[in-house]
Ligand binder design. Structure first.
Ligand SMILES: Cc1cc2nc3c(=O)[nH]c(=O)nc-3n(C[C@H](O)[C@H](O)[C@H](O)COP(=O)(O)O)c2cc1C
Length: 217
């Protein structure tokens, strides 16, 4: 099976989580795709303090803070694809997702040993704002920036442009549910992500052979 990990960063079980569920359901319409959703609610993720201990100690995890959910990060390392959903906070991703991303600084160690570690993985984004044009696209850009820093293939599409963009009208799950146009972008990005993950995973042997033959820059 091909594993897509959904990551939802809202501190509430509300519009973002509902939208992410819908996106993951759409990904599952593609054969062989299985999904799992994790949410950052109540995870109390600490902030990166740039001590560089993870780099010096060649760790896969943050070593300064050790009281956080490492199993969740192990899932991140193992997944074939990602669907990350954030509420829009001041036209950007929220603090919970920023912390989640920054605690992944140790991926640097992994990529030093294997630069291509993330190259056969795909990623897509969903953002949910209270206002129709409240920064959904700028929020998605931040999520895409995270993918770029890892060499994860970023997925978009004509039916959805840069991802799922939802207008919740600040009305929790019901608000997202009633945004038909937004939900159609969520379904489109979820399914496009599933198709891309399927395609890349079916070419794994050819891809691996190519990387072995190339001298990587
Ligand atoms: C601190 C904060 C900042 C926000 N900033 C924006 C914003 O810039 N643009 C916007 O459209 N909505 C903004 N909102 C509204 C949320 O994006 C919106 O209510 C969203 O649906 C929350 O997702 P949730 O229901 O999954 O928690 C903000 C909400 C909070 C709490």
């Amino acid at each position: 099976m091909i594993k897509i990990l959904g990551i939802g960063s809202s501190p509430r079980k509300a519009a973002t989580e509902y939208s992410l569920e819908q996106g993951l359901k759409a990904a599952e319409t593609v054969p062989e795709i299985e999904t799992e959703m994790i949410v950052l609610r109540n995870k109390n993720l600490p902030h990166c303090i740039h001590c560089d201990r993870c780099i010096k100690e060649d760790s896969r995890f943050c070593v300064y803070h050790d009281n956080y959910d490492k199993e969740m990060y192990e899932k991140f390392y193992k997944a074939d694809g990602y669907l990350i959903a954030s509420p829009v906070y001041t036209m950007n991703i929220n603090a919970q997702l920023t912390s989640f991303f920054n605690l992944l600084r140790p991926t640097w160690n992994v990529m030093q040993k294997n630069p291509a570690y993330f190259w056969d993985k795909v990623g897509a984004a969903i953002s949910v704002g209270g206002t129709r044009h409240g920064g959904q696209e700028t929020t998605i850009n931040s999520i895409h920036g995270f993918y770029y820093t890892h060499g994860i293939h970023v997925i978009g599409g004509a039916e959805t442009y840069n991802g799922g963009t939802v207008w919740s009208k600040d009305n929790l799950k019901e608000g997202a549910q009633s945004d038909e146009e937004g939900m159609s972008t969520v379904r489109a990005i979820g399914q496009r992500l599933g198709v891309a993950a399927y395609q890349l995973n079916h070419d794994k042997e050819t891809n691996q052979k190519l990387l072995e033959e190339l001298e990587l820059y």
